[in-house]
Design a protein around this ligand. Structure first.
Ligand code: ZN
Length: 398
């Protein structure tokens, strides 16, 4: 048991790993909410504690879990103690974790969460939804981040907020990428700036909408559905486009990096805008686009991202390419072959990527990882998706 404090609410709450588990009186989906994977991001913790208190078994179908992330860091209101808990979920790290004798603070947390995850996977056979709550150090509209699989895209488009694709290509080992690789619907919701009240309210509205969209709760039973929908719609300035990350400014270990004050996520910037200072040198924007998640806290090494909206026609084309498995045709091109067809992994000679832009592979649903100097591996998110689990759901057929 730990105690964590919310600056926004001026309140403290006692916390255990499992914040809540509610089993409904009828069969239904499984929803798994995470909050506080970063210990200074408490909005989701409070929203879950508050919202889930109001439910009784008879209101719900299926099972709801609410899981607290980095307990030790939450008790100290820090992002992490020794290691970022949201950058540790690679298969290699998980393989060594289990046999390690001495675990650091975050490895202990990770092991507990990992076991809980295995347990949930083994217990429930129907559709499972994973939702991870975060907040940002800068001011921001609320938004969803996903790995770009069609099941994620379709599900996240139900919510009246912008959706950002492709962050995982720039980050190593976020929890949701690991879960996504297992084939489940998984999305991150960034509800606002760390300590503002709206970040808590947005999370709460997101919880209610999730329950209705997954059919864990009937819309008629939730009297203020429209109020929650409008809360998110208003907070996101009625922007519900899909964006793609095109650049990340990575801060080097010894670099003295400082964002210029006042930038807000989704703010439109132009080429040449002074964004930050690095070792007293100006950092200028190379893009006419939108700035995303500028860093205004000490811990963390992602300086800022640049995002661009994806034209709807591209979204449509990529849906068709994926539906009909047209990536099978890519291997007829020189320099491209299957590294592992069942797992949907292509091996691509880097010379090929010089004339075939990364964006083309994105259309087919691949994300890339550099293997060595001459090759990259491309992972297809569609081939591992558990379509069959979700294809009978109301939102999937839309
Ligand atoms: Zn976070």
């Amino acid at each position: 048991m730990i105690i964590t404090r919310s600056k926004a609410l001026e309140k403290e709450v006692e916390l255990e790993r499992l914040i809540a588990k509610i089993s409904g009186s009828q069969n239904g989906p499984t929803l798994v909410f995470f909050a506080g994977i970063h210990g200074n991001e408490t909005a989701g913790i409070y929203a879950l504690t508050h919202a889930l208190k109001n439910f009784s078994k008879t209101d719900l179908k299926g099972t709801i879990y609410a899981i607290a992330g980095n307990l030790n860091a939450l008790s100290k209101n820090k992002r992490y103690i020794e290691q970022d808990l949201n950058r540790m979920w690679t298969q290699e790290e998980l393989d060594t974790l289990i046999s390690k004798e001495k675990l650091n603070s975050e490895e202990k947390e990770q092991l507990e969460i990992y076991k809980l995850l295995q347990d949930i996977k083994d217990t429930h056979s129907g559709p499972i939804y994973f939702i991870d709550f975060h907040t940002t150090s800068s001011k921001t509209l609320p938004f969803i981040t996903i790995n770009d699989a069609l099941i994620n895209r379709k599900f996240s488009q139900l919510f009246p907020v912008p959706v950002v694709l492709g962050i995982e290509e720039f980050l190593k080992g976020p929890l949701l990428s690991y879960i996504n690789q297992l084939g489940y619907v998984s999305l991150g919701f960034e509800s606002g700036q760390h300590d503002e009240l709206d970040a808590v309210l947005n999370c709460e509205s997101f919880i209610y909408l999730s329950l209705v969209y997954t059919q864990a709760m009937d819309k008629e039973k939730l009297l203020d559905f429209d109020m929650h929908y409008n809360q998110l719609r208003k907070q996101s300035d009625i922007i519900s486009d899909i964006f793609e990350v095109s650049y990340l400014y990575r801060i080097k270990p010894d670099e003295n990096f400082k964002m210029k004050p006042g930038f807000k996520s989704f703010q439109i910037i132009s080429k040449g805008t002074l964004l930050a200072e690095s070792n007293s040198q100006a950092v200028l924007s190379a893009y006419n686009a939108r700035i995303f998640m500028p860093l205004y806290q000490k811990q963390g090494s992602d300086g800022f991202f640049i995002i661009k909206s994806i034209p709807p026609i591209f979204l449509k084309i990529s849906e068709l390419l994926r539906k009909y498995n047209l990536d099978n045709l890519l291997v007829f091109l020189p320099g491209i072959s299957w590294f592992n067809k069942d797992q949907g992994i292509l091996s691509v000679n880097l010379k090929v990527t010089r004339f075939l832009a990364k964006q083309i592979f994105h259309l087919f649903g691949f994300r890339s990882q550099q293997l060595d100097k001459s090759k990259i591996l491309l992972y297809n998110r569609e081939r591992v998706s558990k379509f069959d689990l979700y294809k009978r759901e109301a939102w999937f057929k839309k």
